[in-house]
Design a protein around this ligand. Structure first.
Ligand code: ZN
Length: 435
């Protein structure tokens, strides 16, 4: 084994082929020397990932040692805008252990904390705000996704993934161009963004929010490409080398093997074909340079990215983690230590969605088939057509009202425990099925 960037045989280190911070599915191989591993990490990946903290938190990804990811967002409280506030969840706003700090539009520092604490700091200059009206928002910046660090990280992942699936374990001359690009020795642009409606229609059928999908193909232009579909938001197309086979210009069907790396750690493969409706012409993808992405096109991508905020990826492992959090809170609620508002996480997306799913599972428990897996049961039990659950704000509000009413009637605890207990049965069953 040699370094795929320089053929060095010394100090080979394990490289995260897919940047660890953007996936639950680890993919590593010791085919990069220490120098080049450090180079890509320090120059691109660390910066790329730091810009994505908000989305990583929403997707339920954690730090390497399993901690919740902190992120910065803007909040409006009672008519006051506070920018760049560091948060780990909505709850940290309501019961802050530390003072919540941000800036106003002019860059002046704003602090938020319980009044008695603030008065000590501000010597009586603090004003009170109504916490019942807090909105957390995040502007989706195109630079975070198609800027310099993002596209160089994509080129690195594409090249290493290509070497990985094709068992390439050394540097070869035909990859000079992409290696020069990754190592910053060339400005030759090799990363495009796919802007093809047919492509996104297809991937939407095959992938889920948070999944990274990779495939390789030979294009009509005589080059070989790797496509990285990032979290089902944007697809990057990276030029790897000249197509070794020439390209099959007369074949109308383009056969593709899609490798999916899911947020819960699963790795799967799916095969599909794309048919060109033009006679004797291979299907291909319309792609443009990142710098040519207009505001209109970016609006479409921002919309796809926005789905991360309103979607919870449903896998038995993610749900197990959420149920564990919920059980801890429910114990406190039962003991009278926290209110219904705190139990519901101040309407935090995942907690309410988890209770929603648990109650649906419990209501439909007769339909659950214990000989099948959780994900096979989902479409039947929850009447879903994919592995994600999305609810409109209106649905959510109605559901929260139902929970608040149950709290008044002293029925809430039992209602949620029924769901939790049934889920734990399902979880145990799933562990037995996978033995
Ligand atoms: Zn090297």
């Amino acid at each position: 084994m040699k370094c795929i960037y320089c053929n060095s045989e010394v100090e080979l280190t394990s490289s995260d082929i897919i940047t660890y911070a953007i996936t639950g599915a680890k993919l590593t191989k010791s085919f990069v020397c220490k120098t080049h591993n450090t180079f890509t990490n320090d120059n691109y990946e660390k910066k790329f990932v730091a810009d994505l903290d908000f989305f990583r938190n929403q997707l339920g990804l954690t730090t390497r040692d399993g901690k919740i990811i902190q992120y910065k967002a803007d909040i409006s409280v009672d008519g006051t805008e506070i920018h760049n506030v560091k948060l780990s969840n909505r709850e940290s706003l309501y019961a802050p252990k530390d003072v919540v700090a941000g800036t106003d539009s002019d860059g002046n520092k704003i602090l938020m904390a319980p009044m008695e604490r603030l008065e000590k700091i501000s010597k009586g200059k603090a004003a009170s705000v109504n916490m019942s009206d807090v909105v957390v928002h995040k502007t989706v910046g195109s630079n975070d996704f198609i800027g310099y660090h993002a596209i160089h990280s994509m080129a690195k992942m594409a090249y290493e993934w290509y070497c990985y699936v094709n068992n390439i374990e050394e540097y070869r001359g035909e990859y000079r161009e992409i290696i020069d690009y990754i190592l910053g020795n060339s400005e030759q642009e090799i990363v495009d963004i796919i802007v093809d409606g047919n492509y996104y229609g297809m991937i939407d059928q095959l992938s889920e929010i948070g999944t990274n999908s990779f495939f390789q193909y030979d294009d009509l232009d005589g080059y070989r490409y790797v496509v990285i579909d990032f979290w089902k938001t944007i697809a990057y197309r990276i030029r790897i080398c000249k197509s070794p086979n020439g390209c099959l210009k007369n074949a109308q069907v383009l056969r593709i093997k899609l490798y999916l790396y899911q947020i819960d750690g699963c790795k799967t493969q799916k095969e599909f074909g794309i048919l060109s409706l033009m006679a004797n012409k291979q299907a291909n993808f319309k792609a443009i340079r990142p710098k040519n992405i207009t505001a209109d096109i970016w609006g479409i991508f921002a919309n796809r990215i926005g789905k991360i905020m309103s979607t919870m990826v449903l896998s038995i492992h993610i749900l197990k983690r959420e149920v564990r959090n919920l059980s801890t809170k429910l114990d406190k609620y039962d003991a009278g230590e926290i209110s219904v508002t705190a139990l519901l996480g101040f309407e935090e997306n995942n907690i309410v969605t988890t209770i929603d799913i648990l109650s649906q599972l419990y209501l439909n428990k007769d339909k659950y088939d214990m000989t099948k897996t959780f994900n096979q049961n989902l479409p039947i039990v929850l009447d879903l057509h994919s592995d994600t659950i999305g609810r409109t704000q209106g649905d959510k509000k109605k559901f929260i009202q139902l929970l608040v009413d149950k709290d008044k009637d002293n029925e809430l605890s039992e209602y949620i425990w029924n769901g939790i207990n049934f889920f734990n049965e399902i979880y145990e069953n799933e562990m037995n099925l996978s033995k």
